[in-house]
Write a protein that binds this ligand. Structure first.
Ligand SMILES: *Cc1c(COP(=O)(O)O)cnc(C)c1O
Length: 392
């Protein structure tokens, strides 16, 4: 049955993914079960999406309740869950205003459009360029791949959109010399995710913020991967005592329901006018009811503090592995956004982990990434570490 299904799937899907030969049927907490009944402990969480694990009963219940009432009406009208979620996110963040959409790329599209509209609306039609980071990842739509500082992601789709200049992450001089009269914003992930889990150096982001203020540039943080407790704070910017002007969220916001959001300070957000930007599905009652319940569970179960604790625990264990295995070059990341760089390819280790019932992934060829649900336990971490110790 499994081989059949995989064959059928490969016949019909456009070949955009190279998938592992597992067919999943269900999940609970940090455990996923395939159609043969084999269990896997999930250290991927759907790529930093299922922060409360799989099939969280409270989220499932909120979703079911809302499904019995109303799926969708259009943003031509108001709904209770959409407004409640917006108010809660604003209360928890630096922002005053929010725009809902369906994915990370779409949230970044909104951020890029807003930065341009705000800057050009201030009377200077030449101010449209955004400085982005080398090795960044902002999405796969034409504008967001144009903002992504990885040539392999743009390859084959040129010409990309004009208006993005790239500087190396963690390099202040390069940033300063890239600013021109056409620059309107700086866009960055506070910790680079897909690009290799690179953390900012001490004071880097603080200095970036200062440079933005001095040059009247907007600061856009893509917190699609780092947000929602992943780094041990609800939003990663909280680690650095600064706030951006615009922030984007998606991935874990709905714990698996497709929802994205762009948050901004009022003065900036007000550059949009009715008709400037839109999304048919953006913030439907069904996804916002789920996301609202996610935030309630975060509060009720102290999820962000737990993520910080488990992140510290897992990082210590990874450092312990590094002392035992010369194949490990370094351990990197914050909270439960952690990675381990090897001096050999990571793919065979990902495969062995999978055979032993653990899901991890590998980015940039040789960096193993560990992004479990934030509800992960020390027992689950210990069992992964024992498995990695054996394999290495
Ligand atoms: C995943 C990701 C995106 C893209 O999100 P999609 O929902 O796949 O469009 C953008 N930025 C960052 C930092 C991400 O991790």
């Amino acid at each position: 049955m499994k081989t059949n299904l995989i064959e059928q799937a490969e016949n019909v899907f456009a070949p955009t993914y190279s998938r592992f030969p597992i067919v999943f049927e269900k999940g609970r907490g940090c455990v996923l079960t395939d159609i043969d009944g084999k269990d896997y402990i999930d250290f991927l969480a759907g790529i930093a999406v299922c922060n409360l694990g799989h099939a969280h009963p409270d989220v499932a219940k909120a979703l079911t309740l809302q499904a019995g009432k109303l799926f969708h009406v259009s943003n031509l009208y108001y709904t209770i869950p959409q407004t409640a979620l917006a108010e809660r996110l604003i209360k928890l963040s630096f922002a005053d205003k929010i725009f809902f959409c369906n994915s990370g790329a779409e949230a970044n599209e909104a951020a890029i459009k807003l930065a341009r509209k705000y800057s050009m609306g201030n009377g200077n039609k030449e101010r449209y360029r955004i400085i982005a980071m080398e090795k960044s990842f902002h999405g796969r739509t034409m504008a967001t791949l144009s903002a992504t500082g990885q040539p392999k992601i743009r390859a084959g789709f040129e010409p990309v959109l004009d208006g993005f200049d790239f500087v190396p992450f963690n390099n202040i001089e390069a940033l300063e010399s890239a600013i021109t009269p056409s620059t309107c914003a700086v866009m960055a992930e506070p910790i680079q995710g897909e690009g290799g889990l690179r953390c900012p150096g001490p004071d880097y982001l603080k200095t970036v913020k200062k440079i933005c203020e001095e040059n009247d540039l907007l600061l856009i943080f893509d917190e699609i991967q780092t947000g929602m407790g992943r780094t041990g704070k609800l939003f990663a910017y909280e680690h650095f005592n600064i706030t951006p002007d615009i922030m984007t969220l998606a991935k874990a916001l709905g714990n698996g329901l497709p929802i994205g959001a762009m948050l901004a300070k009022k003065e900036v957000a007000d550059a949009f006018t009715p008709g400037s930007h839109a999304s048919t599905f953006g913030g439907t009652p069904i996804v916002t009811a789920a996301a609202l319940e996610v935030l309630k569970v975060f509060e009720k179960e102290n999820i962000v503090d737990h993520a910080m604790e488990m992140g510290t625990y897992l990082k210590e264990k990874l450092v312990w592995l590094k002392q035992r295995h010369t194949r490990i070059e370094d351990v990197r990341g914050m909270g439960l956004l952690l990675g381990m760089r090897l001096n050999t390819p990571g793919a065979p280790i990902v495969k062995s982990c999978m055979e032993n019932g653990f899901l991890i992934n590998c980015i940039q060829e040789n960096i193993l990434r560990f992004i479990p649900p934030l509800i992960v336990t020390t027992d689950e971490i210990d069992s992964l570490i024992a498995c990695l110790d054996d394999i290495l």
